[in-house]
Each structure stands twice: as C-alpha cells, then as structure tokens.
Design a protein around this ligand. Structure first.
Ligand SMILES: C[S@@+](CC[C@H](N)C(=O)[O-])C[C@H]1O[C@@H](n2cnc3c(N)ncnc32)[C@H](O)[C@@H]1O
Length: 475
C-alpha cells in the first residue's frame, strides 16, 4: 500500500530509513538524500515532504539514545532493523511531548485532519504519532507483520512513560543521548559544567546571518529584515541572529550575496587573520567555503582554498559565485603541500582542520552516534600533521589561525600548546581560545606579548563550540 507523501506515516518511514543508515555509519544529510531518492521524492515538487522527513530524522537523532533504550526494554524479541528504526522514530517523537500535552494536541490535530505530517517545534500529538506509526508499519511488506507490536509498544510507552523513563534513564547514554566515552571526556574536561554541556547538545541552535558590511550595514540589514517581516538581533560586528529560522530564499539580498548563513562563533575566524589588501591567504581546509567567503569580504586578497574532498570542493565555488567573489580552489591534501603549493609563501594561513565536531552537535545531531572514541586520537594526529606541514608556507611575520569546532581540549588547548612548542619561530598571539556552545565562553589565554585579540572584544552570544588559537612567525 503506497502512503500519501504528505502523511506523517510516509515521512516516518523515510526518516526511519535515514536513521537506519546512520546506525550503519552514513552521515545524516547523505542518509536523508538516499532515503528521499529511494522514495522518488522530487527536490522541488516534494520539497515539503522532504523537509518533513528531514525534520523527523533530526528530531530522532536528538532522542536516539533514549529511544533505542526504550525499544530494547519494550521489545523482547528483536523485531528486525526496519521495525526497530520505525519504533525509534515514533518513540523519539513521543518523547518530545510533555506528558500533559496529549488531550489538547489530540483535539487540535483532529480538527486539522489528524494524519497530515505537519512539522513544527510544537511536534505531533501522541494520537497522531501512534496512529501513523501503525499505518507506516502496515504499509510495508517487511514491517506489516509487526503493526500490532508497534501499536502495543507505543501505547505501553504512553501508559507507563514515567516509570519506563526512570528505568531506562539509569543508563547514561539513554539519559543524556550521548555515548558514554563522550560523557567521560566532557566530565574530565569540564567537571563543573559537563551537565550543562551534555544538555546543550539537544538545544536547537539559532539561525545566524553574516552581513557583508562592505555592502550594507548590520543595522540597515536588520531594518531590511523587518521590512520583510523577519525579526533579528545584532549579535556581532557582522552577525544578526534571527528570532525564527526561515528558508534562505526568504532572506533579503541572499541571492545577491549580501548575506550568508554562518554561526556567530564561526564568524570570529576571518577577522582573527587581520587581512589587508594585496595579501596572499591560504584557506587550508576550505569547504564548503563559509570562511573563504568571509575572508574575501574583508579585503581585496588573493585566496588559495585547499580542500581534500572533491565533491565538497565544488561547493566552495558555488558559494563564492553567489557572493560575487573568487578564489583559487585546489583539490588537495593540506598536509601534502608539495602536491599543490607553487612555492610562494603566504601572509596568512587559516587551518580550519577536520575535528570531532563536538562543538556543533546541536546542528548535526548525528555526529555523536557516528564518531568513535578511537577517532579522536586519529584526528589529533591529522591536525598536527596539517599544521606542521603548513607552517613552513607562512612568511616571517605572517599569522596562522588554528580553528576547530570541537570542545574537547585534546583538539584545542592541548594542540595549541603542542604547536607553540613544536613550530619553529612561533609566537602565540591572543585569541578567543575555547568557546563553549550556547552563551558560555571561557577566558581567552593571554597572548605571549600581551597584544590585543581582534575577535574577543566582540564575542557574540549564543554561538556554536569552537577553539581558536593564533600563531605569528617571528620576523
Ligand atoms: C571544518 S571543515 C571546514 C569548514 C570551512 N572552513 C568553512 O568555514 O566552510 C574541514 C574541511 O576540511 C576538509 N579536510 C579534511 N582533511 C583535509 C586535508 N588533509 N586537507 C584538506 N582538507 C581537508 C574536510 O573535507 C572539510 O571540508
């Protein structure tokens, strides 16, 4: 039986396929693409259905630890991967509902025609989720046999929610929706703050814009937003945080490159390089080009953008084309400059290295389920290799900015100390250091020469987690 694409049941099945793919190691954006292709969803015609499927899959990832623990608890015999993932999706949606919401939302849904998938922060009513999960199970040969089980499991959860949660939440992965090794690293690094940090991964991030202030002031852009019916707060020299996220097509001047979507913490990178017209700048791990574009907005500079992933590298040119900017895009390995460097030294180097991405989990909720503890040591080695190989490319007096979107000190302050000790003629300059996601920020470490940090005076509120260090090569 083919379900209507605008039904929640159809969208839950698509989300369940995506969630299953994440469990097998695929990143969520790719898993959603694959699920949409499998369901023959057209990018334009079925945009609403794709959006709903994506929204449900993202919601599920945020509750995946609890949802999986509940499936294990409530299903005695393994029901098969398809049923398992459908149950996880349905339970995740039910977990978002406060227990008391049931009656109100049910009558509201009934009035609206209960079965339509209507994604939104308020979520779906419990009645709709159960009803549509059962329809979803019934519609597929691989899951039809389990529709009674799906119904029974979800209804039992609703009846015994409090007791069941008390029981499964004894397991910390279920309680925090983070793997045990991740929680251990948080506890060790942030003994006072780890619970806040663990909770912050499921807080929805704001949509923040970077305004090209060479074209329009932030204040003026705020007015342009208001004229378009959108409210935003100025949170940095170029940053406006929207009160409500919207598709980029609704942003005034987006197509013309007046504005880009970029987290306020990420917007600190380009100014830290202190570029001036005529400089040669290397953006060493560049895709999709968010920081490349920002750098090019700050000066008339010559940028080489290196990226090892050929597919991702194509996005740099796409993004720069919208901004009306150009860079020399090179598909190559930043740790092997002999393959791509023309021998001319750089005035500035941005090393936005691959990392655990532990600072941006609120935007990419699948990361915590994809990463393995063993990845961290490999990333640390890779980060050291990249920066050590790039350092000789920097002119005397030049500046290298090291960035990660991680909150683990092994990828942050510990790396910065290692670079300070290992890189020849390196002076550590003032920089923001560790930014924790949300509104918290740690004190930046002092620069060796007490100089001013160009980013810190204007640290924005509510940003993702980043680590920033700067090094100058002795002239
Ligand atoms: C944190 S992301 C960069 C984000 C980008 N700077 C921006 O602001 O849009 C890191 C990028 O480095 C790329 N990468 C990983 N290892 C690399 C290497 N050895 N050389 C060059 N790029 C690499 C990844 O494919 C990824 O696109």
């Amino acid at each position: 039986m083919r379900l209507p694409p605008d039904s929640l049941a159809f969208q839950m099945l698509g989300a369940a396929a995506a969630v299953r793919a994440v469990s097998e190691g695929t990143a969520l954006p790719q898993a959603i693409e694959d699920a949409a292709a499998q369901l023959r969803l057209d990018r334009v015609r079925d945009a609403a259905t794709r959006g709903a499927l994506q929204d449900i899959a993202y919601r599920t990832m945020r509750q995946f630890g609890t949802a999986r623990a509940l499936v294990t608890k409530l299903v005695t015999r393994p029901p098969g991967a398809q049923v398992d993932s459908l149950l996880a999706v349905a339970l995740a949606l039910l977990l978002e509902q406060a227990p008391g919401q049931r009656q109100d939302k049910d009558s509201q849904d009934a009035a609206q025609g209960a079965t339509q998938g209507t994604p939104g922060r308020a979520g779906y009513s419990t009645f709709t989720v159960v009803d549509q999960a059962v329809s979803a199970a019934a519609s597929e040969p691989k899951t039809a046999h389990a529709r009674g089980l799906v119904n029974a499991v979800l209804r039992r959860f609703l009846r015994e929610r409090k007791a069941l949660l008390a029981e499964v939440n004894r397991d910390e992965q279920a309680r925090w929706n983070l793997p045990p090794w991740w929680l251990r690293m948080l506890r060790e690094a942030y003994p006072e703050q780890w619970t806040d940090l663990a909770a912050s991964v499921n807080v929805r991030p704001p949509m923040t814009l970077r305004v090209n202030t060479a074209r329009v002031s932030v204040k003026q852009y705020q007015t342009d937003l208001a004229n378009a019916g959108l409210a935003g707060t100025v949170v940095g020299p170029q940053a406006v945080r929207l009160v409500r996220a919207v598709p980029v097509t609704q942003l005034p001047g987006f197509a013309e490159g007046v504005v880009s979507v970029q987290d306020a913490g990420a917007q600190l990178a380009a100014p830290l390089l202190e570029v001036a017209d005529g400089m040669r700048v290397l953006d060493a791990c560049a895709a999709p080009g968010g920081k490349t574009g920002h750098l090019l907005e700050l000066g008339d500079i010559d940028v080489t953008a290196v990226e090892s992933d050929p597919q991702r590298a194509t996005r740099i040119n796409e993004n720069l084309a919208r901004l009306g900017k150009q860079a020399r895009v090179v598909v190559g390995d930043a740790s092997r400059p002999a393959d791509w460097w023309d021998g001319q030294p750089f005035d500035r180097i941005l090393a936005d290295v691959p990392c655990s991405a532990s600072g941006i989990v609120r935007r990419h909720p699948d990361i915590r389920w994809l990463r393995r503890e063993t990845d961290i040591a490999k990333l640390v080695t890779e980060q050291r290799r990249i920066v050590s190989q790039l350092w000789p490319l920097l002119k005397p007096g030049g500046i290298l900015v090291y960035v990660t979107c991680s909150i683990f000190p092994t990828e942050g302050e510990e790396q910065a100390r290692w670079f300070g000790a290992q890189l020849a003629d390196a002076i550590r300059l003032q920089a923001p250091g560790q930014l924790l996601p949300g509104t918290r920020t740690t004190t930046p470490p002092a620069g060796e020469q007490g100089e001013k940090d160009p980013g810190h005076a204007s640290l924005p509120s509510d940003h993702d987690g980043f680590f920033y260090a700067r090094f100058q090569k002795r002239a």
